[in-house]
Design a protein around this ligand. Structure first.
Ligand code: AMP
Length: 212
């Protein structure tokens, strides 16, 4: 099963992708996470994309497509995978078609102001990547990771100005892909305002329809 999870920044793609990956036993491939890993390790790719990420802009298509090609050719992807954050441009969608046939695109829709609130309140643990929210999912001790006690941080691209820029980039470059996949009959709309469990249940229902 090959799935794509779509949605504006902070729509909850990562959270849902993690759950789907566990439920269906397929790896989650998050281009944002892969790029952030490169940045953290200061690899040549990381040095090239750090400023792009911090500015909330999109990385170059050829580089992103190569990262995806390398990743999906690994053995754990043999039974399928879940793409989170890819494709993000029409060019990437066309390149993806050359690599494989996608079964379903899950499109999470959420109101813009709610997205800003979610992103700006998000805090992550730099050590184990746990995700919190200062209002909706606060850690037990303020500012500290529940699992390892590490001081939580805010991602640079979760600062409000950058979040709004990322939303604009999404509207301009990625939103057109929604109609592209809808016309192909591969898209299922998911109401992203329903909370984590409600969103997950809608996704499971959509997937069971393609598996039936
Ligand atoms: P995300 O964690 O999915 O929000 O991605 C964080 C950042 O990584 C984005 O703002 C982009 O700078 C970059 N990025 C992630 N996926 C892609 C992609 N498919 N194409 C271009 N840039 C990407």
């Amino acid at each position: 099963m090959k799935l794509v999870i779509f949605g504006p920044p902070s729509a909850g793609k990562g959270t849902q992708a993690q759950r789907l990956s566990q439920k269906y036993g397929i790896p989650q491939i998050a281009t944002g996470d892969l790029l952030r890993e490169h940045v953290a390790k200061k690899t040549p790719i990381g040095l090239k994309v750090k400023e792009i990420l911090d500015a909330g802009k999109l990385g170059p298509d050829d580089l992103i497509v190569q990262i995806i090609k390398d990743r999906v050719s690994q053995p754990d992807c043999a039974n399928g995978y879940l793409l989170d954050g890819f494709p993000r441009t029409m060019n990437q969608a066309k390149e993806l078609e050359k690599i494989t046939d996608i079964d379903l695109v899950l499109n999470i829709g959420v109101d813009t102001e709610l997205l800003v609130e979610r992103a700006v309140g998000r805090r992550i643990c730099p050590k184990d990547a746990s995700v919190y929210h200062i209002l909706n999912n606060p850690p037990n001790a303020p500012g500290k990771c529940d699992k390892c006690g590490t001081q939580l941080i805010q991602r640079d691209d979760d600062k409000e100005e950058t979040v709004r820029k990322r939303l604009k980039v999404y509207q301009d470059q990625t939103a057109p892909l929604v109609e592209y996949y809808r016309k192909k009959g591969k898209l299922m709309d998911i109401d992203g305002s329903l909370g984590i469990d409600g969103v997950f249940e809608q996704m499971i229902r959509a997937i069971s329809r393609i598996k039936a």
